[in-house]
Design a protein around this ligand. Sequence first.
Ligand code: UDP
Length: 245
Amino acid sequence: MKYDILGVMVDNATMDEAVRDISRYFGSKEAHMVVTPNAEILLMCENDRELLQAISKASFVSADGVGVLKAAKILKTPLKEKVAGCDLGFNLLKEAAKGGHGVFLFGAKPGVAEAAAEKLCEKIPGLIISGTRDGYFKPGDDDEIVRQINESGADILWVCLGAPKQEKWMAENKDKLQVSVMLGLGGSLDVYAGNVKRAPKIMIKCKAEWLYRLIKEPWRFSRMIKIPRVVKLAKAELKRRQNNA
Ligand code: UDP
């Protein structure tokens, strides 16, 4: 079941349901896109048609953040839970390892994907890393990148270029890629390489991961003030829907 949250169709699923549904695509001939929007991405879609169009091509859209959950609640279509991209990506790697599906890690600064690959292999027995590549490239490099990914034989692809670059890149190259699932996962490679720490479990449980990230990376403040704007837009959208009903 998908809900329209400010123009973005978001899947109403728990983490377990998301992992189950997405892993069903493993091994398929078509490349399925998974995107994990937060409040900031919802707002970007307001003024970026190309991003909205890219997201509309996704097979699965998970709600990555309290801002999206808040907007959904205001619109009277509450979502079951937050499905953070970082955790979703990890859980899908566990499924990929069980099924013998290879993974390609694309994105972040040089050396980060390799470091993440090493750490992920320590955490997930049997994980097959088919290839890695950093996320800094020229516009004309796409065909060469697609060739490298296809030649690696990977079935699952992490695309960690940050939003909206990763969503647009996936939509643009979807039909040329011979993977079955590709996920846009922002800064996840930095997290698994150990460059950026996740918040302590208790803070995640108390929905205060944003506070931890803000303390560690104060430049995120300008991004976080986006949540009140999303709340305001959701209230206006609810009023519009009620008037049209
Ligand atoms: N990045 C990249 N290529 C670019 C721009 C960014 O690979 O041209 C990477 C960057 O190094 C970082 C990630 O994209 O690893 C974006 O991380 P951020 O924390 O900003 O994303 P978020 O998780 O907040 O969406």
